[in-house]
Design a protein around this ligand. Structure first.
Ligand code: IVH
Length: 706
């Protein structure tokens, strides 16, 4: 982002004063209101600008400068807690390349006055969780108090709220120390955050006042921790990882940081598994790179990694500078939030006709990739954030969640910014793709196109969903191809996919002979599926993958499901009135039944329908199996479906609870583990034998060929 255009270059004194005012404002938004207006990276930039100015002109330094104190303050409503041992902060290495790790190692070696050829130092490397620091005070093993960091000296007593975090033990296992203060990070997982915001958006759409969405998991976590009503706090799912100590009396602190983390885990505290002891700068840089590759796949946000000198004796020798230990550093990753300009707002039509406003952005590098589109979720969200074309907005991209606009930077709004967003007006009341009228039902957050499957956009999305990896899994049927097939009128509905011929495909642009053949093979292969996948692929509103599986297991047979009354649907695991109603509504429409019939007629089938029925024999009820290696004829998913249909459960790792391990070619460590634990190992034939209902008079040898 460029500098603010309207800032000439004022004299240093004015510039420092302006920066201070801005920083005070943003610190208040961040720490007190849990509602920042600018990304952290921007705050840090302003902060460093002020620091540099003050360093160059020491006379400008004022005692109230944000650079002169640790921010954060005690909110009214929580009792202050004076920390027995101050809660320090940690120096940050902002150079996100390997040089950051080298700089830290070099500094530590210098401060310890080590010779060039002295051996490498051992470091404990862990993640830098993006949440808020918490001090948990245990007396004689019992949690007596939880306090936020506050200004480092005094925090807030949030014990009531912290007690609602299931992961935090109220009593430690096997610890009677007079005092053991455990420090760590309270954070919110990304999926919990998405679900929370989804709920908040629904509440707002239904007219709830005083509700808001949160800009990121950290702010949501901070908001939940400082929620004055513990009942509300309890509904905001939080998590915790321990990473250090405060006051300790009557407990032998391990000699290394890694030993401490193991000991904390042994007391029943959650400690993150992604930790390692590494040697020297090279080891640190490797860890930094390894975690960078893992970052998107982690279920929570991190903003870097933390390196700590492993040996406590060395830590003590290194000591502290002001409020930061010399033995620890945070090594950052590229920010997951950035500012950029909003160029336009497009409206996309989803599978169920949902109209989603999408921000077109000046491309910006965020969370490791360049982003030029980001979702605005729905009209209410766009209005609540008061997003206008021309604005500078904050974009967040974390994990594999689609990038979103989390807010506007109000002071950067240009004079010629666009109008407040109005979806209906913007579209003139019509679907941008098929021109059908759009509607928004009372209490619903979304506008929808009423065109149903006559709308090409909905058809395309429905096809993509149908072909998706977790649905019918038709490899090679991506959005470009679907666009072509629908636009050329070759495919109108899902069953048309099974009528595709080589000639029709080969006429398409960029479709070579080989790709056409591959696609036809993939379509053919998709005909062998499971009932759960098939149900999921139909795209029934409210029916996700898990529900589809539950339905398949419960009914076992699609005809019974299609005819099931709402009361019968309600008997299925996790199916509530809204889901039941939606399923009923779906199959009440004759064209949906027609689609199912056409697909069956085209040869789409799943194994052993009757065997899946709830009243069918379930020989594996209550049994746990682990599959490993490649079986001669059964695919992994197929084998899993058969086991589940027989009432059994397939898990990913071998434990004492495992009843059988089914091993094929190239079975690995799971097979070793099974042998170690003395668990019976079967091959495919053995598995098939287990799946047979116990029928005393069955004479398998005499079974005629079918
Ligand atoms: S150690 C003396 N370890 O980062 C060292 N901090 O400024 C004290 N943080 O607010 C901190 N992950 O909340 C440490 N693995 C980790 C951490 C971590 C996140 C946070 C902490 C603190 C800030 C440090």
């Amino acid at each position: 982002m460029s500098e603010m255009p309207d800032r000439p270059s004022p004299r240093p004194a004015e510039q420092a004063a302006a920066l201070r005012t801005q920083l005070h404002h943003h610190a208040h938004r961040y720490y007190v209101l849990d509602a920042p207006e600018i990304p952290d990276a921007e705050y840090d930039r302003l902060f460093r600008e002020l620091q540099a100015l003050e360093a160059a002109h020491p006379a400008l330094l004022t005692p109230d400068s944000p650079t002169q104190r640790v921010l954060g303050r005690v909110l009214d409503g929580f009792a202050p807690v004076r920390h027995a041992v101050p809660m320090l902060s940690i120096r940050t290495e902002t150079d996100t390349t390997a040089a950051g790790a080298e700089a830290f190692d070099a500094r530590v070696r210098r401060e310890l006055a080590l010779a060039e050829d002295a051996p490498a130092i051992d470091y404990a490397a862990e993640l830098k969780f993006d949440g808020l620091a918490m001090n948990l005070r245990y007396e004689h093993g019992v949690l007596v108090q939880a306090a936020t960091r506050g200004d480092g000296e005094t925090g807030e007593d949030v014990t009531q709220n912290i007690r609602t975090i299931g992961q935090i033990p109220l009593r430690l296992q096997g610890c009677d120390a007079a005092v053991l203060e455990v420090r760590g990070e309270v954070y919110m997982r990304r999926d919990d955050f998405e679900a929370l915001n989804e709920r908040q958006r629904a509440l707002i759409a239904a007219g709830a006042k005083n509700e808001k969405t949160f800009v990121n998991p950290r702010n949501a976590a901070a908001g939940a921790v400082r929620q004055l009503d513990p009942a509300i706090a309890a509904r905001r799912p939080l998590s915790f990882y321990a990473y250090g100590l405060g006051e300790v009396r009557g407990w032998a602190v391990p000699a290394t940081h890694a030993g401490l983390l193991d000991a904390l885990a042994g007391l029943g505290l959650p400690v993150c598994e992604h930790r390692a002891v590494v040697a020297g700068a090279g080891g640190l840089a490797d860890f930094h790179a390894r975690i960078a590759a893992l970052r998107d796949a982690l279920p929570f946000d991190i903003d870097g990694v933390v390196y700590k000198v492993n040996d406590r004796a060395l830590q003590e020798r290194l000591g502290f500078v002001t409020r930061e230990p010399r033995w620890a550093v945070a090594h950052k990753y590229p920010a997951q939030e950035q500012m950029t300009r909003l160029l336009d707002i497009d409206i996309q039509v989803g599978r169920t006709g949902k109209l989603t406003p999408v921000a077109k952005l000046e491309p910006v590098f965020v969370g490791g990739t360049t982003v030029s589109n980001a979702t605005l979720h729905n009209e209410d969200e766009a209005r609540r954030k008061d997003v206008r074309v021309g604005d500078t907005v904050i974009v967040r991209r974390a994990g594999d969640v689609i990038p979103e606009v989390v807010g506007v930077v109000p002071e950067r709004r240009p004079a010629d910014a666009g109008e407040p967003f109005d979806l209906y007006k913007r579209l003139g009341g019509q679907c941008p793709v098929c021109a059908s009228p759009i509607e928004r039902e009372e209490g619903e957050a979304d506008w929808r196109c009423t065109g149903g499957l006559t709308c090409p956009a909905q058809r395309k999305q429905a096809l993509l969903h149908f072909a998706g990896r977790r649905a019918m899994d038709i490899e090679g049927l991506g959005d470009k191809l679907v666009d072509q097939l629908v636009d050329a009128g070759i495919v109108r509905a899902v069953p048309d996919l099974y009528k595709l011929g080589f000639t029709a495909l080969a006429t398409l642009e960029r479709m070579g002979e080989k790709s056409a053949q591959n696609l036809l093979a993939a379509i053919e292969k998709s005909k062998r599926t499971t009932l759960g996948r098939f149900l999921y692929s139909l795209g029934i509103r409210q029916v996700g993958e898990a529900t589809a599986k539950d339905l398949a297991r419960h009914f076992g047979n699609i005809d019974r499901l299609m005819d099931a009354r709402v009361e019968e649907l309600l008997e299925v695991n996790d199916v509530g009135p809204i889901v039941a109603q939606s399923i009923r509504h779906f199959f009440d429409q004759p064209h949906h039944r027609e689609v199912v019939e056409q697909l069956r007629a085209a040869g789409v089938a799943w194994p052993d329908e009757a065997g899946l029925a709830s009243d069918a024999p379930r020989p594996l009820l209550g049994k746990v199996l682990v599959l490993t290696g490649t079986l001669p004829t059964l695919g992994r998913e197929e084998a899993k479906a058969l086991v589940e249909a027989a009432g059994g459960k397939v898990t990913g790792s071998v434990s004492k609870k495992t009843n059988w391990v089914v091993a094929g070619e190239e079975a690995g460590s799971k097979l070793d583990k099974a042998r170690e634990l003395g668990i019976e190992v079967l091959d495919e034939a053995g598995l098939r034998a287990l799946l047979q209902p116990a029928a005393p008079d069955a004479t398998p040898d005499a079974t005629p060929e079918v």
